[in-house]
Design a binder for this molecule. Structure first.
Ligand code: ZN
Length: 259
């Protein structure tokens, strides 16, 4: 199937009333946060790093937890700034068209760029909070990292002494059902669905495309690499997100929006 041009996608966006956007690691690589499965990906370079985000290994092995806390301490997210791709989605929101911003990212950069936190659905959780795996108490990551810096290699929960972890979804854990349900609703309730910077290889995130298609929405894929959904997409654009998103949104952004 021939894919539509960028100009056609811009026209669809201008005509759209409810746009749901799904973002993946590709939108944050320009902010210095490496992806996981790409050529320079975290797991490509060090396959053992995957144990740090696998719940059984994390629970069973104090060594894995100590490595995980060190990795959190030095995570590039603490230095990262939102980029032009994140900012373009803030402009899209200001145009009144954004139904929801679903993200597979845990970096909080959409909110840092100025996206309304109410519209951001973090499918895989957030690295900005810590969760106790026994009592579910949530603590700001900043506070717990202070304890790590002060010498606690594997800081337990201050309430119950339980094992703590970033409030992200590890392998072997299920997604927050409320967040997933809201993402499915937003995918069924849009006339344009844009998947940006995601390989669409991880379910259930990837399946959101199907919900949108079944509901009659157009599907636009913006990604550097091919995805399994390219054959059913109305448009596939391979240009860098930091360039293509601002170009697309320029047609709909309010002219008085702050730069
Ligand atoms: Zn606890």
């Amino acid at each position: 199937m021939p894919t539509a041009s960028e100009a056609e996608v811009a026209a669809w966006l201008a005509a759209a009333q409810r746009v749901t956007v799904l973002t993946g690691a590709g939108i944050s690589t320009d902010s210095g946060i490496p992806d996981f499965r790409g050529p320079q990906g975290v797991w490509t370079r060090d396959p053992s790093a995957q144990a740090l985000v696998t719940i059984d290994a994390y629970l069973a092995d104090p060594q894995v937890r100590r490595r995980a806390w060190q990795a959190r301490l030095t995570h590039p997210v603490w230095q990262a700034e939102p980029n032009a791709g994140h900012r373009a989605l803030v402009d899209l929101e200001r145009s009144g068209r954004l139904r929801a911003l679903v993200t597979q990212n845990i970096d909080g950069l959409h909110q840092a760029a100025g996206s309304d936190p109410e519209l951001v659905l973090e499918l895989h959780g957030t690295v900005h909070w810590v969760r106790c795996l026994s009592c579910e108490r949530r603590t700001p990551m900043r506070e717990v990292l202070e304890r790590v810096r002060a010498g606690e290699a594997d800081p337990p929960c201050g309430d119950c002494g339980g094992i703590q972890k970033s409030a992200t979804v590890s392998f072997g854990e299920t997604l927050d059902p409320a967040v997933l349900a809201a993402a499915v609703r937003a995918s069924r309730d849009c006339d344009l669905f844009i998947a940006a910077g995601t390989s669409l290889s991880v379910h259930p995130a990837a399946g959101l495309c199907e919900h949108a298609l079944v509901a009659g929405a157009r599907l636009v894929i913006l990604n550097a690499q091919p995805t399994p959904y390219d054959p059913v997409a109305d448009a596939v654009i391979r240009a860098p997100l930091g360039e293509v998103l601002p170009r697309l949104v320029a047609h709909v952004a309010p002219t008085d929006a702050p730069a």
